[in-house]
Design a protein around this ligand. Structure first.
Ligand code: UDP
Ligand code: MG
Length: 319
């Protein structure tokens, strides 16, 4: 950014089948832009939407300037879409936000103010969430706390992907070529000057969540696996413990037979022990396997996303 130019901030918005909410979003962005002194552009990353979301954005924003749509060639998933957006963004700062207006634009405004005061990363910290089930709130709350103690990463609590990142952070992020990026963790890992703005997270403005429980769980496990190898060490420790325990069991069995001369009955329990340890073994084989699968993905080194097409609104038209 040169001294004479207005700072340029880009809203990076992943979109997957968001037809229902897009008109509301574009309207809100229009109002936000006129309220801000900075140049605000929008980079939509269409993550393989099948409901014509990209076409809708093109139609509705034909007369708005500074809007781009990068359409990925298929659905690659939210984290990859965000990664693509951050890699393609050419602004002085980027704000990653949901398409569904769950990440309020006035909070984005506070993020910009903090950035102007010198912060490199400004993340949105949820102090409360509307329209979220008790169970979801509880599990998410626990997860962030567990994640921190488990990985030892200084990651903020109750924080999703809603955050502003400066140019410097975007450049550093670009160097991280992980196949399965856990974006919020990686940005914490990068360091720099990170600050929080607190907000109450509203419910979705329209449409349905694109994160069913299964995908949520995958994201949670991805986060843990990408920042810690502890499960592997835990498998080893548990194995040692069980071996030591069974050795003592063996001593006890020999003692009862040769010293106390009592016959041991009830060996039906044996089959349950066999099943139990079979289960434990399979479980940890799965844990090891999932790390191996991550290694396999890294080794293949495929591009993480493929851009299908790019569209830009007329740069000379009016806001
Ligand atoms: N999203 C995406 N690709 C996907 C799933 C979701 O780009 O495969 C986008 C979605 O359009 C939204 C954001 O990621 O802008 C977050 O999804 P959503 O709001 O459904 O998640 P939630 O807020 O319910 O956790
Ligand atoms: Mg959402």
């Amino acid at each position: 950014m040169s001294a004479t130019e207005r700072p340029h901030i880009s809203l990076v918005i992943p979109v997957f089948n968001e037809r229902d909410v897009l008109p509301l979003l574009l309207e809100a962005i229009g109002a936000f832009r006129t309220s801000r002194p900075e140049r605000i552009s929008v980079l939509f990353v269409d993550d393989g939407s099948r409901d014509g979301s990209a076409a809708l954005i093109r139609e509705e924003s034909g007369s708005l300037k500074d809007i781009s749509v990068v359409s990925l060639s298929r659905n690659f998933g939210h984290q990859i879409a965000v990664t693509a957006g951050l890699n393609l963004c050419d602004a002085d700062a980027a704000i990653v936000m949901d398409a569904d207006l769950q990440d309020p634009l006035d909070v984005a405004g506070s993020m910009i103010d903090r950035w102007k005061e010198g912060a490199d990363v400004v993340y949105g910290k949820r102090i409360d969430r509307e329209e979220v089930s008790f169970l979801e709130r509880l599990t998410a709350g626990w997860y962030y706390r567990f994640f921190r103690s488990f990985t030892g990463l200084d990651a903020p609590l109750d924080t999703g992907d809603f955050r502003l990142v400066s140019r410097k952070v975007m450049e550093a992020f670009r160097e991280l070529n992980e196949q399965q990026p856990y974006v919020r963790g990686l940005i914490s890992w990068l360091g720099f000057k990170q600050e929080a703005v607190e907000y109450v997270r509203p419910g979705r403005a329209a449409g349905k969540t694109k994160y069913p429980w299964r995908r949520r769980l995958d994201l949670a496990l991805d986060g843990l696996a990408s920042f810690s190898g502890k499960p592997l060490r835990f498998a080893m420790r548990l194995g040692l413990l069980i071996s030591a325990g069974s050795f003592m069991g063996l001593v006890w069995v020999l003692l009862t037979k040769y010293v106390f001369q009592t016959a041991i009955t009830g060996w039906a329990s044996l089959i349950f022990a066999a099943f139990f340890f079979g289960g434990v073994q399979l479980f940890f084989l799965g844990v090891i396997g999932s790390y191996l699968a991550r290694v396999y993905d890294e080794v293949k080194g495929r591009p993480r996303y493929v851009v299908g097409s790019t569209w830009r609104s007329d740069p000379d038209s009016h806001p």
